[in-house]
Design a binder for this molecule. Structure first.
Ligand SMILES: Nc1ncnc2c1ncn2[C@@H]1O[C@H](COP(=O)(O)OP(=O)(O)OP(=O)(O)O)[C@@H](O)[C@H]1O
Ligand SMILES: [Mg+2]
Length: 587
């Protein structure tokens, strides 16, 4: 998070969006604001009643009036409490609802975005937008309505009441306002700087922590504990200093406000007593003034905290709405279903693709996979093999040429139908922190027998059965309670359960023990049987099973043929084979 991210001040556009998010709860907000007004009015009524009680009751020894006024004060306090309860409760409910809505829209929004969008936004930022940034917005509503708006109403009410009670004295009292306003303005500047430093330092500490906790084993393996501890101490100390500066600004502000309050009170008593001696001011009015001025200064003191809260809410709001407005979905305009394609062949025709503007990955790539064939794709690391699989499932869209399935452009199909029929087993297996059953079923609700059958086919049933809770075993985050080979088998099962028309397999490069390797070989045979498939092969055995081998180099097919044909050519494949596969085969 850069400093720029943090401080944007009060952006009218963000405010408008924040208020727009309140729209569905308009009714509740109005009731809550009414309750707020009532509670502020009840608060102001107390000093006015006090004045009447003293002047008409105490000074004139009218006990009946005094009793009446006491009851009225009690009633006002009670009304104020009840109104304040409703205001806080209703507003907090609305705030929680708005947060829930924002989290839902953010998640739905992220799900609709293309890989390009997700590639451009670090995952950490997306997660914190939906959690902590949304949470700061709740502070916005709470602070704005409960503190700022109410305080403003009370302060305004105090000034008006002062003038109604005694204009001359009110005039002198209000003279103390300009220094207060100047102090608040100065404070805004100080606190903004301090707040900026704290936020910047917090994000440095967060980044340091998350990186070094994730990479803790590297730190331990290379014995860098002490060095990283020193580095962390430095960042941590920076945060301490930033926090202390902020504390200092806040700590200085309140006493200064208290001093102004005291001075203003001194003036009030001085002038008040003078006027009182002249007979133009009653004791009741003087006491009411003292009481009212106290109510005026009280909220000023908490402006400090409120201001900080509002600043971070603005920054949070900017990120939340920034994400929501950045909309880059994969265009889903096709109407056809994949089953409409009579043939099941795949054709890449002069395909061009790049992730970044000046770094072409595919350069006029053309090849064909006939229905029912297994085609193996080989090439050096970084050649663009995984990229080809992402293009077939339209995780990314191509920049030029065309990709056809059964003679039709991929874009003619509905995205959901396309991805349902062309499935890929990814190079890096991703498993959810859920049961084995859930990881294979993925919410389709298949019967357990079907899942078991699929797992038997891909040789996963054996090890699953041996787990303490079988298919109900919950996987750790990152499935660390399984071996790499077992994770691979589960990813096969997941795809086989869907029974896709086309299978793309990006074989994992990870080394696997021979026993699991044999299991995987068998499983692969089952997966590929009678299915159109494109296999990015790292194992020689898989390559040999293929009907055709494509050799990828510099973004296009450099050679193509069977293993024997390509070996005979003594070209690119021959060298690749010598380098990669022979060595492995020897191990
Ligand atoms: N999301 C991305 N953004 C930018 N560049 C990328 C992205 N993914 C891959 N690349 C680049 O595209 C090129 C092809 O990557 P790809 O993952 O397709 O290689 P690969 O042939 O699958 O390699 P490997 O055998 O190591 O899996 C690489 O140069 C890589 O740096
Ligand atoms: Mg790859």
């Amino acid at each position: 998070m850069s400093d720029q991210d943090v401080i944007k001040g009060f952006d009218a556009a963000i405010l408008r969006k924040l208020f727009a998010s309140l729209k569905p709860y308009r009714g509740t907000v109005v009731v809550s604001l009414l309750a707020l007004t009532v509670s502020a009015a009840a608060e102001l009524a107390v000093p006015v009643l006090l004045q009447s009680g003293i002047d008409q009751g105490v000074m004139k020894s009218n006990l009946d009036h005094l009793a009446l006024v006491s009851l009225a004060i009690l009633a006002m306090i009670l009304i104020g409490m009840v109104a304040s309860f409703f205001q806080v409760y209703l507003l907090s409910r609305v705030t929680q609802d708005v947060m829930k809505d924002l989290r839902t829209s953010l998640f739905a929004h992220f799900q609709r975005q293309s890989s390009r969008y997700l590639y451009n936004h670090p995952i950490g930022k997306l997660v914190s937008a939906a959690t902590s940034d949304v949470a700061t917005l709740s502070e916005f509503f709470n602070t704005l309505f409960t503190s700022l708006l109410r305080d403003f109403l009370v302060m305004l009410g105090v000034v008006v009441t002062l003038f109604v009670l005694n204009a001359e004295l009110a005039f002198y009292t209000v003279l103390s306002l300009p220094p207060v306003l100047i102090l608040v303005a100065l404070f805004r500047v100080w606190s903004r700087g301090a707040f900026r430093r704290v936020r910047a330092q917090i994000s440095r500490v967060n980044a340091f922590l998350s990186e070094h906790i994730q990479g803790i084993s590297i730190v331990q393996l290379f014995g860098r504990e002490e060095k990283t501890r020193e580095d962390f101490k430095k960042e941590n100390r920076g945060l301490l200093h930033a926090n202390l500066t902020e504390l200092m600004v806040n700590a200085v502000f309140r006493p200064l406000i208290d001093v102004l309050w005291a001075i203003s009170l001194g003036f009030l008593i001085w002038f008040g007593t003078g006027l009182s001696l002249e007979g133009t001011l009653t004791l009741g009015v003087l006491i009411a003034f003292i009481n009212l001025v106290g109510r005026f200064y009280q909220p000023v003191g908490s402006i400090a905290e409120n201001f900080t809260l509002l600043q971070s809410a603005m920054a949070g709001g900017e990120r939340v709405f920034g994400f929501l407005e950045d909309h880059q979905p994969v265009p889903d305009t096709g109407a056809r279903s994949l089953s409409e394609a009579a043939r099941g062949d795949i054709l890449f025709d002069d395909v061009h693709f790049r992730y970044l503007p000046d770094e072409p990955v595919l350069n006029g790539l053309s090849f064909e996979v006939l229905e029912g064939q297994t085609v193996a794709l080989v090439g050096y690391t970084g050649a663009g093999k995984t990229t080809i699989t992402s293009l077939l499932t339209r995780m990314w869209d191509i920049d030029g040429g065309s990709i056809r399935f059964g003679g039709m452009d991929l874009r003619e199909f509905r995205l959901q139908s396309l991805r349902g029929g062309i499935q890929s087993v990814l190079q890096d297996v991703f498993l959810f922190n859920a049961t084995i059953y859930d990881n294979i079923d993925l919410g389709r609700g298949l019967p357990l027998e079907r899942i078991e059958e699929v797992c038997r086919h891909v040789q996963a049933h054996g090890f699953i059965e041996k787990l303490p809770e079988g298919y109900r075993t919950v996987l750790n985050e990152g499935a660390t309670n399984l071996s790499a080979g077992q994770r691979q088998l589960l990813s096969f099962a997941r795809v086989l359960a869907q029974d896709p028309r086309v299978l793309i397999l990006d074989e994992a490069t990870a080394n696997i023990d021979t026993e699991t390797e044999t299991l995987i070989q068998k499983a692969l045979g089952e997966l590929l049987k009678n299915r159109t498939s494109l296999v990015i092969a790292h194992r020689l055995s898989t390559i040999r099973q293929a009907n055709k081998i494509l050799v990828l180099d510099e973004g296009r097919i450099a050679e193509e043929g069977t293993h024997e044909e390509l070996m005979g050519k003594k070209g690119f494949y021959y060298n690749l084979y010598k380098l990669q596969y022979e060595k492995k085969a020897a191990v």
